[in-house]
Design a protein around this ligand. Structure first.
Ligand code: FAD
Length: 480
């Protein structure tokens, strides 16, 4: 048995939802597009799972956070897909792919053929067993990647109020879940091998700002060590953890956030891989011209850094998905994907945004004992990365705009003196640009400004203005 579609999206996560919306905007006909997903629900905004979904009161639940509400766009419910003639094949795992024959084989035995395939398989959570620790299938050991994980975590949390949780991992998932556990009145210990939290992005100084706040909320940080084994009660539930440094911690609940692995398996040996993901060009096209890859699974050229990266962030998933659809449907007019890496998080009442790259010398600004501060990264004489906590919409827009410009910096102390004022002043000299915005009407997911058609025109104007401004700025930079 089998079905044939012009366009098939493999994977039903964030990227799939944004790709579907873009297909409809570009005029896909009924019956031409299908999404195949292992998950039993239509695409949703995954970041909500570690934020609004875990709130003790009035938690976010589907259908509230189906894509594309995270970008202030339409909410694509199952009804929406039906009305647009898009086939949603849910709860269905694809078990093999043949890119030469342009077919996918589902676990149910159905062959789906395509003219164009978009791979949007995302990533899976790394398991403790992959690091030699067994027992993570116990009912109170939780991972957090999909809705089923989040539902389980939420259920276990509800029975653990007043008890002890151990969070393994000090990255995004660890920090966001720890905050949710605190809000749910659960005592938290965080265990990770690095000297500070968010080791891949934060400097020690930035990390210590957040760690101090977490400590004030009772979070116990156990750094420089890893989990070595679980302790079980007679029912097979975990009631404690043993760490490699000899520490024992009581546990009613364990949450594991130790990283992810991109889901490339179906295409190994068929498509070129790079940096752990599927290699694509600046049209998001893989080594097979009928196959595109987007989101967490894709390794794509980041033009402003002159090298390929695989990013594990929602903004990249949304934008790469849209771009791939445009490249498929309007191949002659679609420019190269020119993406400025953007990461964010919201925990407790904090909200930070980061743009660019965290390489080179760090210049701090703002008040690290107050609600707003930040940092710039200066590499080879250029500002290439900016971090801001507690900024206004305009300030976030300014750091995004100026980081993309990569202005030349020849006096770090002057940059420090000007602080945030540097990017604000510089950005005011540039025309209004399309920007990313966090916050908005829906408290449970992170929202972005909608993309209106005029943004495309503005983008061209901005690009020209930036080039002109960079030249002007280069000539005048010694003035400050
Ligand atoms: P996914 O959204 O993971 O979707 C992949 C889909 O493919 C899934 O539905 C999966 O079931 C399906 N699939 C995989 N293999 C198969 C197969 N063989 N057959 C059928 N279906 C398959 N990013 C941020 O920038 N900020 C945040 O605050 C943030 N918070 C996050 C919180 C959580 C809890 C998680 C898990 C992630 C968070 N992220 C955040 C990361 C962000 O969600 C991801 O970057 C984004 O979801 C990637 O989108 P994607 O479509 O590439 O993959």
């Amino acid at each position: 048995m089998g079905r044939a579609f012009v366009y098939v999206i493999l994977g039903g996560g964030v990227a799939a939802g944004y790709a579907a919306l873009e297909f409809t905007k570009r005029g896909v006909s009924h019956g031409e597009l299908c999404i195949i997903s292992e998950e039993p629900v239509a695409p949703y905004e995954r970041p909500a799972l570690s934020k609004g979904f875990l709130l003790p009161e009035d938690p976010a639940r589907l259908p509230a956070f189906h894509t594309c509400v995270g970008a202030n766009e339409e909410r694509l419910t199952p009804k929406w897909y039906k009305e647009h003639g898009i086939e949603l094949i849910l709860g269905t795992r694809v078990k093999s792919a043949d890119v030469r024959r342009k077919t996918l084989l589902t676990a149910a035995g159905e062959t789906i053929s395509y003219k164009f395939l978009i791979i949007a398989t995302g990533a899976r959570a790394l398991k403790l067993e992959e690091f030699g620790v067994s027992g993570s299938d116990a009912e109170n050991v939780c991972y957090l990647r999909d809705l089923a994980d989040a539902t389980r975590l939420s259920d276990v949390m509800q029975t653990s109020t007043g008890g002890n949780a151990v969070v393994i991992g000090g990255g995004y998932i660890g920090m966001e879940v720890a905050a949710s556990l605190v809000i749910n009145k659960i005592n938290v210990s965080m265990v990770f091998p690095e000297p500070h939290c968010m080791g891949r992005l934060f400097t020690p100084k930035i990390a210590s700002y957040y760690e101090e706040f977490y400590k004030s909320k009772g979070v116990n940080f156990v750094k420089g060590t890893v989990l070595s084994s679980f302790v079980f009660d007679e029912d097979g539930k975990v009631n404690g953890v043993n760490l490699k440094d000899g520490t024992n911690l009581p546990a009613d609940l364990v949450v594991v956030g130790i990283g992810i692995r991109p889901n490339t398996g179906l295409f190994e040996g068929q498509l070129t891989l790079e940096k752990g993901g599927i290699k694509v060009n600046s049209r998001l096209q893989t080594s097979n011209s009928s196959v595109y890859a987007v989101g967490d699974v894709a390794s794509f050229p980041v033009k402003i850094f002159g090298e390929s990266r695989r990013l594990e962030h929602v903004d990249a998933a949304r934008k790469s998905a849209r771009h791939a659809v445009t490249a498929i449907m309007e191949p002659d007019t679609t420019p190269d994907f020119d993406y400025l890496p953007f990461f964010y998080s919201r925990v407790f009442s904090f909200s930070w945004q980061f743009y660019g790259d965290n390489l080179g010398e760090v210049v701090y600004f703002g008040d690290f004992s107050g609600p707003s501060f930040g940092a710039y990264w200066v590499h080879k004489g250029h500002l290439i990365g900016s971090f801001l906590e507690g900024g206004s919409k305009e300030e976030y827009e300014a750091i995004a705009k100026v980081t993309r410009l990569k202005p030349e910096i020849d006096d770090l102390s002057e940059l420090e003196r000007q602080g945030l004022g540097f990017v604000v002043a510089l950005s005011q000299k540039l025309p209004v640009a399309p920007v990313v915005n966090v916050g908005g009407s829906m408290s449970t997911v992170v929202l972005e400004k909608p993309m209106y058609p005029w943004h495309a025109t503005a983008g061209v104007v901005v690009a020209a203005a930036i080039a002109g401004f960079a030249y002007w700025y280069g000539r005048r930079r010694r003035r400050w």
